[in-house]
Design a protein around this ligand. Structure first.
Ligand code: SF4
Ligand code: SF4
Length: 317
């Protein structure tokens, strides 16, 4: 018989650092466009697994010498290669036991996307943007809690991990919700965010009597800063975009507008062009990358939680 322990052991053996499970009933209050049953009507369990972002990924940005390590290994190919391996292993195990596994891309920003992507493709269907809320799913799978920054915090790695989700029709024992408290509302993330994007209106979800709350994020301000268009967070703007005097407190982009602006301007930033895959002449360069290095929402928070000695590292499955 397939058990939750077998799934978790499989995830950890394949390279994941964390794995938790929620029953689909815990998602009962989720809106349809974010509900597991919209993607997989027979789903009974939601498996959430994660890999840590290695601390050394931030060093080049901290030193002002290299932005590509975080981009490539912090959340790009390096981290998602091992997450992909873990996902394949879990799905294979499910199939071997007669069940199906459906990978959900999960997202916190796709729902802000522009109208063309939100048109239903078939009558009676939802628009093709059904994504689970990654951080809520991680909370419901007992892995930790969202911080005030809305970045998810785990007792192992604080804000340093990325998640993937597999929905399955296998009925698996679920994990208890995290009953500790990692975020102490110190506001270090808010103060250090060069995009002034954090700490907005309080938002929350409640499950089994446990409330998970965070401050609303201004995704437009975050995205232009993350993409390196905010002079407060990018050493490249004054050099390569001399006319770009963006005052982030005065801009009102939504996430998608900021995303497109990043792609429009990145080819003008020589460093981004250089470290993108290929080169601009070959049609693959000039892609925006993580220039702010999550200096507030991840780095400042991680430093705060490490100073408090509340992170235990290791793996959890
Ligand atoms: S820095 Fe971390 S612990 Fe402090 S308020 Fe932000 S999310 Fe919470
Ligand atoms: S990614 Fe950068 S701009 Fe966005 S919230 Fe984090 S520190 Fe702020």
């Amino acid at each position: 018989m397939l058990t939750a322990k077998m799934i978790k052991d499989c995830a950890i053996a394949a390279g994941a650092d964390l794995c938790g499970i929620a029953s689909v009933e815990r998602f009962q209050d989720a809106p349809k466009e974010m509900h597991p049953l919209t993607l997989f009507p027979e789903a009974k369990s939601v498996i959430v697994f994660a890999n840590r972002i290695l601390k050394g990924c931030y060093k080049g940005i901290q030193e002002g010498t290299d932005w590509s390590t975080y981009w490539i290994y912090g959340y790009g190919t390096g981290l998602y290669t091992s997450l992909g391996r873990a996902g394949e292993a879990i799905n294979s195990l499910l199939e071997e036991h007669g069940y199906e596994g459906v990978h959900s891309p999960g997202s916190h920003t796709l729902l802000d996307e522009a109208p063309p992507a939100r048109e239903p493709l078939a009558k009676g269907k939802l628009p093709p943007c059904v994504t689970l809320h990654m951080r809520v799913a991680a909370a419901l799978a007992g892995l930790g809690e969202p911080g005030w920054s809305k970045v998810f915090l785990t007792p192992e790695f604080g804000p340093r991990q990325r998640f993937e989700i597999i929905l399955t029709d296998a009925e698996l024992e679920q994990d208890p919700l995290f009953d500790g408290q990692l975020c102490d509302h110190c506001q270090a993330c808010v103060r250090a965010c060069p995009g002034h994007a954090l700490g907005g209106e309080r938002e929350s979800v409640t499950c089994e009597g446990r409330e998970f709350a965070w401050g609303r994020v201004n995704y437009g301000k975050c995205k232009v800063t993350h993409w390196g268009l905010n002079p407060k967070a990018s050493p490249f703007v004054s050099k390569d975009l001399p006319g770009m005097n963006m005052d982030v407190d005065k801009v009102s982009y939504d996430w998608y507008a900021a995303y497109r602006l990043g792609f429009a301007l990145a080819p003008r930033i020589k460093y981004l062009d250089l470290i993108s895959t290929g080169s601009a002449e070959h049609g693959q360069g000039g892609r925006p990358g993580s220039v702010c290095g999550a200096v507030g929402c991840i780095q400042a928070c991680n430093a705060h939680l490490e100073a408090k000695k509340v992170l235990r590292g290791g793996v959890k499955g």
